[in-house]
Write a protein that binds this ligand. Structure first.
Ligand code: CAA
Length: 246
């Protein structure tokens, strides 16, 4: 990955942080995209720097196409061209379907699925021109198997597979690979937000017997982002501790 530049959306979360660090360890430059407060991002950057990781951070709302256009212009002016995209921005609003509001449906679909279009569309032609690219979309085990209370999230995560395979077909001949990964339950803020009794039930169902560590997800993404993974495209990698096999 030496000399490559990676863009990671949702980069400030624990998984995004682990991916950023893994990529830097492998020689890439990393730009994370965040829509939160500048103070929070700066504090995060400072902490990473103190621990030896220099990570650029730019602000954009991945649910907003125009915002992503501005972000791409900013990157074009101030950074190297993007070689690797990790579409990692994601959110949940879990509630059973009979109670789900249009806002809960739209918010999750905009963040988890529309963002793939809004972000990837900005950089795909540059990748085609340069004849190289790695795109990794972070889906979920719940996009594969469905989950009570997640009709919105599972629809978005499952939609990612169609996006991944279709784009993979379109860009394969330009040296660009497009893959998805489907993590199971990870030691993350998202999973910690589930009620404790439900968390316990979930962990009891994981054959490995624990939640995934963010670094275990990051390692799989780095594998797909490597130059050496050029023949893997349109695929989905399950990383779920055995909770769902297919
Ligand atoms: N399967 C079957 N029935 C279930 C159920 C399940 N998994 N969970 C709840 N129920 C039942 C309850 O027992 C209850 O039954 P009764 O009405 O007979 O008492 C009923 O469904 C509750 O229904 P509600 O309409 O009241 O449910 P709710 O709208 O309050 O939502 C919930 C409940 C918030 C969805 C809760 O079930 C929950 O948090 N589930 C876990 C969801 C989950 O796994 N989210 C993953 C988040 S992390 C993530 O997504 C990362 C990733 O990629 C893996």
């Amino acid at each position: 990955m030496k000399g490559r530049t990676a863009l990671i959306t949702g980069g400030l979360g624990v998984i995004g942080t682990a991916i950023s660090r893994e990529f830097i360890n492998l020689g890439a430059k990393v730009i994370v995209v965040d829509r939160g407060s500048k103070e929070k991002a700066q504090a995060w950057q400072t902490q990473q720097k103190e621990e030896g990781y220099e990570i650029a951070c730019i602000y954009a709302d991945v649910t907003n196409y125009d915002n992503c256009c501005d972000m791409a212009k900013n990157i074009e002016k101030n950074f190297n061209p993007i070689d690797i995209i990790v579409n990692g921005a994601g959110t949940i609003q879990d509630v059973s379907f009979r109670k789900m509001t249009p806002e809960q449906w739209n918010h999750v679909l905009h963040t988890d699925l529309d963002s793939l279009f809004n972000v990837t569309r900005q950089f795909i032609n540059g990748m085609i021109e340069r004849g190289y690219g790695r795109i990794i979309n972070i889906s979920s085990v719940n996009g594969e198997k469905g989950q009570f209370g997640q009709t919105n999230y599972a629809s978005a995560k499952s939609g990612m597979y169609g996006f991944t395979k279709s784009l993979a077909l379109e860009v394969a001949k330009y040296g660009i690979t497009v893959n998805s990964i489907s993590p199971g339950y990870v030691e993350s803020k998202m999973v910690m937000s589930i009620a404790e009794d439900i968390q316990k039930q979930i962990i009891a169902q994981i054959p490995v017997g624990r939640l995934a560590k963010p670094e275990e997800i990051a390692w799989a993404i780095a594998f797909l982002a490597s130059e050496r993974s050029a023949f893997i495209t349109g695929s989905n990698l399950a990383i779920n501790g055995g909770i769902h096999m297919y």
